[in-house]
Structures are given as C-alpha cells and as structure tokens.
Design a protein around this ligand. Structure first.
Ligand code: FDA
Length: 550
C-alpha cells in the first residue's frame, strides 16, 4: 500500500499524546499518527483494578528508569516508574485527580510565559473532565465526600469521581476534627480542585465509577474514537529520533522508528512532529535528533542541529517517604533563613550542571517559589493516610523541593539507558521540609480524636528517630528510605529562551520550525496536586494552540 501521509506524528501514546491525537483528529482532513512503544492494556487487570496500585510495577508495562547513584540521597539508586503502554503513565499511576494551587499556575506567567496562568488553564482542566457526581452512588453516603460543581466539567472524555472502596467508617470525620483541633489553617477543604489546595480533603480519582475500573488516557481519549479513519496508532513501535528536511533550517520531516518486527524505517510528518514521550524520554529524543547541548551531543558523535544547551536540565522530582493521609501542610519559621540561602542554592545548582543553567535565572525561579510558599501559602507537603487492616501507613512528600538535576543521553543508541540525576536532597531546605512534614505527622498521631485510634509508631519508631530528633537525625532515616515520587518535570522547560527555556509559549522547541513538546517535560514548576490533571489540561490547551496555528 502507498506510504501513509500523516500531517502530525505524535511520539508517545501516553497521557498527553492521546489528548493531542484525539483533539487534532477531530478535524477530518487532518491525518494523525501516534507512535507508542508499548501495547494495549485494555484488559490488563494490573491496570484496570482500582485497588491494584503497584501491581504493574516491574512488569513489561513499566519503563522502570534508573537514576544514577544519588549523592545527597543516601547513595541510593532510584527507580523512576513510567507507563509503557497505550495510555502511558496514566495506566499505572495512583489515579489521584488533584490539580494545583492557583498561584502556582500563575507563577508560570510570572516566570515569563505570557498567557499561561490559572485563568487560561482552568477551562482546560474542566474541558477534559467528565465528573461523576458522588450523590448518584449509594456507597458515597457517610463517606464525607464533598465537591463544588463549579470546579468540574461534565462533557469531557476523562471520567473523574470516587470508587465504591471509599471508606464510610467515620475516619474522614475523625481526621477532620483532629486537624481542626491542632491547626486551624488545615480546615476542611470542600473541593481541592478549584485552585485552593490547603486543607484536609477526600480527593477524587480518575476512575469509571459505574464500572469501578481505572480511567486512563486510552480509555478516555482513544478507544471511544479509534474508528476515526484519520487517526492511526502504531503500537510496539519505538521512536529513535526526528528526521530533518534538507537545508539549514531545523524543520522536521518525520520520525525514525523501530517497528515491532525490528525493522527501522522513517515515517513522514508533513506538518509537525509532537514529542509526548514523557519527561524522562522527550528530552532524550531531542538530543538524539541533534537538539541540545553541543558538549553532550559531541561526546556521542551527534551533530548539533540546534544549539539548545538546557535540553534535559531542570529535572525536578519530589522525595516520597513512608509514614500516609490526605491533606496539605503549611509550616512556617524558615522564611528568612531560606530567603538568605537562595543565592547559594542557585549557585550550587548552576555549578552542579556546569553552569548550563545560570545561577541568576535559577535564583529568579527560586524567589518565585519562595513567594509561593511564604506569601501565597501554598501547601508545602502532601500527606496521604492509608488505613489498611490494623495499620495506618503514612505516605508523604514535600511538594516543592528546590533541588534540580538533569537527564541526558549516555549513548547515541536510543535503546541505551540515560543518565538520570534528579539530585534528590541536594539542598538542605528539601531535607528540612521533609523532616518537618514527618514531625507534623507525629503531631497528628498525638492529637485527639485521631490519637485514640492509633497505637504505637512502628516506622520509623521513636527508638530509631527520637521524638525531638533534629534534621540530621531525621536524615539518617529519610535518605536511605525515600523513593522517587514519580513526578519528574521541566526537562524541556516552558520558559523564555534567555532564561533557559526549551519550548516557547506555543510549546514549540526553540530554534525549530515544527517540533513541539507536549508532556510533563514542559511544566516549569512543581505543583501541589498530582501531575496528571495538569498534564491533561496542558495537552488540551496545546491542541487548541496547534489548531489555531494550522
Ligand atoms: P506518559 O508517560 O503518560 O506518556 C509517555 C508515553 O510515551 C508512554 O506511553 C511511553 O510508553 C511512550 N514512549 C516513551 N518513549 C517512547 C519512544 N521512544 N517511542 C514511542 N513511545 C515512547 N499523577 C496523578 O495525577 N495522580 C497520581 O496518583 C499519580 N501517581 C503516579 C504514580 C506513579 C507510579 C507514576 C509513575 C506517576 C504518577 N503520577 C500521578 C504522575 C502522572 O501519571 C504523570 O506525570 C503523567 O501521566 C505523565 O504524562 P506524560 O504525558 O508526560 O507521559
């Protein structure tokens, strides 16, 4: 048959890629191809089971990327999970649907991204959403679930709601009373998806409440639309690099792929190539294509097509430690101390990456982050209470660590593992906030009425980390025992070029005429919510931007 002629080739059929594919293929004369390394997981119980979190880890649908040894993170090597399947990481994630604090998204514009703020993004959170009203389900009675209908969309593809496994044993009410009695700032939050996240809340999930199965990007954005004649998906197909149109300009004309049978071929894109391979893959594909730091590329004999040294820089993740519940914490008292340290922190980050990102730019972002913490009072930790049998597991993370690392290729072979270095715990504030959250959780367990339901602390236990432990003592528990929070972002930053950005406000890669990145790589700052809702919203908006520019 004739070589198919695609207008847009989307690399990665994950959370973002399928949103863009769906929206572009609404236009009947636009031909869209999605290239996805994984397969369909429609009938995979490790995906569909709403209580199956973790079951897919280590299976063939988990990329299980490895970091380099974490110098400041207890010498550990972290596994950074990511979904390798149609639907991407949305097929293996924790399904939590929580957005961001309004001021955090407004900070995108403050950092120089004109037109990217809460008011422009909020309609896209709603556009994608198909909210399932809990009152329609008898099991929601007594659970304590509340919501504000103004914050939710009803006609989007992505089902959001609660599951029949939501507890109605009074725990929510007990926790609510407990929080109220020891810190009024943690009031009950009726609905955390309207831009105000501080407080205690029962979060919704990406779930089909009728069927009680996971709602992932493929179920929402692909399967109901797969009959569209202008939308193709190639499964088990891996993109190796972008191919260039002849000439000096950096214009993509296609993608080199390895098909499921091992054949290497080039698929042509007459309009654009859109990278949506995730924050731990899209920057690598840019480098393999000659877009990046010439010092990195030349090491592997890759000719520089576009000199853009910050590709792969600014990698940010959070550190997850175990102790769990559902709320947002705000601690104070460190504002002045931290403000004074910011220049030294910025210098440390710049020097750790060979000054590829400049200290003065990093300092600018850090001041924005400092304002978010101490002026807008964003939640600085998330704590999940996970009751199970006779145990409360407390899982938590500081939501806005300052440390920034990077990710780069280690070879010109696209199949080779990358050098992934999030530099967890590089800056002592990150340790301090992780320790503060642990102290906060201990206070929670000592406060009534919740305290009455809790026995002795088993992890880490008071004999391992004393009640009055300082940060250094907490470090000896936290550093060897943390894990990646699986929220990597900013490796192809949406920022002005002169501040180290990789994509402009239309998500186009600087120096290229027709390559965009649309996935978690572009998100410039960490959010207090979980990432996928923001990833979906950014992809929804990206699709509109692409349509406007057709
Ligand atoms: P995503 O990973 O979805 O898509 C990338 C796609 O590209 C994948 O399908 C991949 O196979 C494909 N691909 C990669 N390289 C390729 C190549 N060379 N060729 C072809 N295809 C390629 N968020 C949340 O909101 N709530 C939660 O509870 C959680 N919990 C959670 C748990 C775990 C374990 C993880 C790993 C992550 C979360 N997250 C989360 C985070 C959230 O799920 C995540 O940030 C987004 O799904 C990322 O979406 P992207 O579109 O950026 O990448």
């Amino acid at each position: 048959s004739a070589e198919p002629n695609y207008d847009y080739v989307i690399v990665g059929g994950g959370t973002s890629g399928l949103v863009v594919a769906n929206r572009l293929s609404e236009l009947e004369d636009i031909h869209v191809l999605v290239i996805e390394a994984g397969g369909s997981v429609y009938n995979n119980p490790n995906v569909t089971d709403t209580n199956g979190y973790g079951k897919a880890f280590g299976t063939e649908i988990d990329w299980a990327y490895k970091t380099v040894k974490q110098e400041w993170g207890g010498g550990t090597t972290q596994t950074m999970r990511a979904g390798k399947a149609l639907g991407g990481t949305s097929t293996i994630n924790g399904m939590v649907y929580s957005r961001a604090q309004k001021s955090q998204i407004d900070a995108w514009e403050e950092a120089g991204n004109k037109g990217w703020n809460w008011d422009t993004l909020f309609p896209y959170y709603k556009k994608g959403e198909q909210f399932q009203t809990p009152a329609n389900y008898s099991w929601s009675e007594g659970t304590g679930i509340t919501y504000n209908p103004a914050y939710h969309g009803s006609t989007g593809p992505l089902k959001v709601g609660w599951t029949p496994t939501q507890l109605n044993d009074g725990l929510a009410q007990t926790l609510n009373k407990t929080y109220k009695s020891f810190t009024p700032s943690i009031a009950y939050n009726q609905d955390l998806n309207g831009g105000q996240m501080l407080g205690y809340s029962l979060y919704p999930s990406t779930v089909d409440s009728d069927l009680n199965i996971r709602e992932d990007a493929a179920r929402a954005y692909y399967y109901p639309y797969q009959a569209r004649p202008n939308l193709d998906v190639w499964l088990h197909t891996t993109a190796n690099k972008i191919t260039w149109r002849n000439g000096t300009e950096a214009t993509a004309d296609g993608v080199e792929v390895t098909l499921s049978n091992g054949t290497v071929t080039v698929v042509k894109a007459s309009r654009e190539v859109i990278l949506a391979a995730g924050a731990l893959k899209s920057p690598l594909l840019l480098e393999l294509s000659g877009v990046g730091n010439p010092d990195v590329l030349s090491k592997y004999n890759i000719k520089t097509k576009v000199n853009l040294p910050t590709v792969g820089e600014n990698l940010q993740d959070q550190m997850n430690n175990e102790l769990a519940w559902e709320s947002r914490v705000n601690h104070t008292g460190t504002a002045d101390y931290l403000l004074k340290k910011l220049p030294a922190y910025a210098a440390q980050i710049a020097s750790a990456n060979g000054n590829v990102t400049r200290a003065e730019d990093i300092l600018r972002f850090f001041k924005i982050q400092w304002d978010l913490i101490f002026k807008s009072h964003i939640p600085v930790a998330e704590i999940l209470v996970e009751p199970s049998g006779n145990t409360y597991t407390m899982e938590y993370w500081g939501s806005v660590p300052f440390s920034r690392g990077n990710i780069h290729i280690s070879s010109s072979d696209p199949a080779a593992p990358a050098n992934i270095d999030p530099k967890y715990f590089m800056l002592d504030f990150d340790l301090h906030s992780q320790a503060q959250a642990a102290r906060f959780i201990r206070t929670l367990f000592n406060t009534h009425p919740f305290a009455a339901t809790a026995g002795a602390e088993t992890t880490p236990s008071l004999s391992t980390v004393a009640a009055d432990a300082d940060d250094a003592s907490w470090a000896s528990y936290l550093k060897p025992n943390f894990r990646s929070n699986f929220h990597p972002i900013t490796t192809a930053a949406l920022l002005p070029k002169e501040l180290g950005g990789v994509v402009d406000t239309s998500l186009k890669v600087y120096g290229t005429s027709n390559i965009r990145v649309v996935d978690a790589s572009v998100i410039p700052f960490q959010v207090c919510g979980h990432l996928s809702s923001t990833v979906y919203a950014v992809a929804e908006r990206a699709a509109d931007i692409i349509k406007e520019q057709m």
